[in-house]
Design a protein around this ligand. Structure first.
Ligand code: HEC
Length: 258
């Protein structure tokens, strides 16, 4: 019996509908993709959703809660996928907060989802349910630093409550390259920067540092608040442990200011 269901399931998947496409077209106006759990906690538990202004649970929240609350989390994955799919299909057609698998304190920030009755096909529901079930955070986020533009850094820093880290560098700077290849690729360093900082890289052989920021050598790391005030300027290339200490000190000093 079990295999019959699986067969049926996969034959439906063969229609070739891409779950991610369905999400983009029909769900992304309300459900954001990935937001790290610490940021979600801060948003809901400390800031009454004023940090992110979410209209609905994020896809990583949905994926996590569905796998935890529907069927047997430790049981057969194929069976659970079918159960989750059935739940999502039912919820899309007959939304009702009473049936919700989300945390009540988070649900209180949202309206009930509008019904998709007549607006989505069975195949689309299956495809998007499977995509949500297997959804994983973007891998890049944890493997390497995601540098952003200086302009964009301020709005991000404000929105996410993070510190801006400007790396002053140039292509002829031997120590910059060395640090980029070692310390700045180290998983612990990448994890700390990704969770608490917005990294910006400025190549001073091609562009000036904005806002008259001062530097005397490459590399230099300048840490800024989201209002543009300098928290700390750190010249030189650093090994992993020393750089982690610097990052923690900066993070800590910003905490004192608040
Ligand atoms: C107009 C905004 C909107 C759109 C579009 C939307 N949703 Fe939702 N969805 C919500 C809100 C708000 C909630 C949380 C409140 C609730 O559960 O009704 C929610 C909750 C859910 C839940 C969790 C149900 C629960 O247990 O709380 C699932 C699963 C879900 N949506 C899937 C989808 C899928 C799949 C799509 C696209 C086909 C979609 N949603 C499109 C607003 C939306």
């Amino acid at each position: 019996m079990k295999y019959l269901w699986i067969l049926l399931f996969f034959s439906l998947s063969l229609f070739g509908i891409d779950g991610e496409e369905v999400y983009k077209k029909k769900c992304s106006s309300c459900h954001q993709l990935y937001v790290p759990v610490e940021v979600l906690m801060k948003n809901f538990m400390e800031q009454n959703n004023t940090l992110l202004h979410l209209k609905a649970p994020t896809v990583n929240q949905l994926s996590y809660r569905l796998k935890q609350r529907i069927g047997d989390p430790k049981g057969d994955k194929d069976i659970q996928l079918m159960e989750v799919t059935a739940f999502i299909q039912n919820y899309l057609l007959h939304p009702d907060k009473q049936k919700s698998i989300c945390l009540p304190e988070i649900l209180s920030y949202f309206n009930t989802m509008p019904s998709f009755k007549g607006k989505i096909s069975d195949e689309e529901m299956e495809a998007v349910a499977e995509w949500i079930y297997f959804y994983l955070p973007p891998v890049k986020e944890v493997n390497e630093l995601q540098y952003v533009d200086y302009q964009k850094a301020f709005s991000l820093a404000k929105r996410l409550g993070k510190i801006i880290m400007i790396e002053v560098t140039s292509p002829t700077c031997h120590y910059c390259i060395k640090m980029e290849e070692t310390t700045l690729k180290d998983p612990d360093v990448v994890a700390l920067i990704s969770s608490d900082f917005i990294p910006v890289r400025v190549d001073v052989s091609r562009q000036k540092l904005p806002n008259n920021l001062k530097w005397s050598m490459t590399p230099t790391f300048i840490f800024l608040n989201s209002d543009g005030s300098v928290l700390k300027t750190v010249p030189g290339a650093w090994m992993k442990d020393d750089f982690l200490t610097i990052l923690k000190e900066v993070k800590h000093s910003e905490g004192d200011e608040r």
